[in-house]
Design a protein around this ligand. Structure first.
Ligand SMILES: Nc1nc2c(ncn2[C@@H]2O[C@H](COP(=O)(O)OP(=O)(O)O)[C@@H](O)[C@H]2O)c(=O)[nH]1
Ligand SMILES: [Mg+2]
Length: 361
């Protein structure tokens, strides 16, 4: 899973990237506004995996990971001229956005639009993304029309399907609605997913609140699908992320009345937003957490581990994590209780399922 951190210059993107990843990239009061990208991979903490690791004492314990990309270089007006190839690529590649809004006042930090106004800033970037998607849809429609004129439509039905879809999307974007609010069938979604439309991607809006722990976040009244809003104190959280000693962290959190570091909150929210949960594989060699979309089947889970496992899938041995713990974390006891199930390829995997795939290639 790949999440892109976006927002206006000086909103605190790099600061929050540092907070989420424990990195220490310099943050500056005057942003260059140039394309600048940082990437880091973080493990997703999971107490259940910690427990499995204690039980199996494997050679290796592997947590699920999330890749964060701090994408500098967006600003008002950027949609008009179209995006540079590299920036477009970075944006298209991510599975979802963390959209950082500046709510903190600080005279020493420049604001590219002259004043602190998170609601306006949200609308500014949204407007740019709408425009970019609109241009992309128009380009696609022009291409489809060209193909039609040249008679290069080998599959007429497919051509008509896509044309109708692009027209529907066009109307929606012209009404200034993000594509994530549009009803799309699974077939339609499958077709457009590869195009990397920006307003289709889920978004976690992060209000960067500043240094006073008592400020209340502004009400953004931001009601869209596949969207969540969260407030945090970017600079404080970045400082916390630099602390090594857990006692220091606890003190710091208590002092500022922060219940849970935003590293964890953001990961949790991102999983929810992208509709992802985890299953586990286990054994003496490795215990591991794997991300899977909710609704994903046993054969999809197998494919996440290795394509061979999906290709040669026979059955999956499935144990619910809770049943494992209830049986004293003892697999023999799990079996004695009849809690190990043999499931076929279409079994819908649940959060926390412990899975061993039987396969033959
Ligand atoms: N006072 C204050 N300054 C912040 C906060 N978050 C970021 N900044 C400052 O704002 C400036 C720009 O931050 P940076 O993370 O580089 O923004 P970016 O351009 O969006 O990557 C830096 O001087 C940061 O120290 C915050 O929560 N409070
Ligand atoms: Mg930056």
């Amino acid at each position: 899973m790949r999440l892109g951190i976006i927002g206006l210059p000086n909103s605190g993107k790099t600061t929050i990237f540092n907070a989420l990843t424990g990195s220490n990239y310099p943050t500056e009061p005057f942003s260059s506004g140039q394309l600048e990208v940082h990437t880091a991979v973080v493990s997703v903490p999971d107490p259940r995996l910690d427990h499995l690791s204690q039980v199996y004492k494997p050679k290796k314990t592997t947590y699920a990971t999330v890749t964060y990309t701090d994408i500098g270089g967006l600003d008002k007006g950027i949609g008009e001229g179209g995006l540079s190839g590299p920036l477009r690529n970075e944006l298209a590649q991510v599975d979802g956005f963390l959209h950082v809004l500046r709510a903190f006042e600080d005279e020493t930090v420049l604001h590219s639009l002259g004043s602190v106004d998170p609601i306006r800033d949200l609308a500014v970037i949204d407007g740019e993304f709408l425009l970019l998607d609109l241009i992309a849809v128009e380009n696609r429609l022009a291409r489809l029309e060209e193909e039609r004129k040249k008679g290069k439509t080998d599959n007429k039905q497919q051509h008509a399907f896509e044309t109708a879809l692009m027209e529907k999307m066009h109307a929606h974007l012209e009404a200034e609605q993000p594509l994530r609010d549009l009803d799309l069938t699974p077939d339609e979604l499958k077709l457009v997913r590869g195009y990397g439309f920006l307003t289709l991607k889920p978004v976690l809006v992060i209000v960067n609140m500043g240094d006073d722990p008592n400020t209340t976040p502004p009400d953004l009244a931001y009601e869209h699908r596949h969207t969540q809003v969260m407030a945090l104190h970017g600079k404080l959280e970045a400082e916390i992320a630099q602390l090594d000693n857990p006692d220091d962290v606890a003190l710091f959190l208590a002092e500022y009345g922060i219940e849970r570091p935003s590293r964890e909150r953001v990961l949790q929210a991102s999983y929810d937003l992208l509709g992802i949960h985890s299953f586990f594989t286990y054994g003496d060699d490795e215990v591991r957490a794997w991300p899977l979309r909710k609704g994903g089947t046993a054969v999809e889970a197998a494919g996440t581990i290795h394509t061979d496992l999906a290709r040669g899938f026979i059955r999956a041995e499935v144990v619910a994590y809770e049943d494992f713990v209830a049986a004293g974390s003892n697999m023999a006891e799990v079996k004695a209780r009849g809690k190990m199930r043999l499931e076929g390829r279409d079994y819908v995997v649940r959060d926390g399922d412990m899975i061993i795939v039987r396969f033959a290639v």
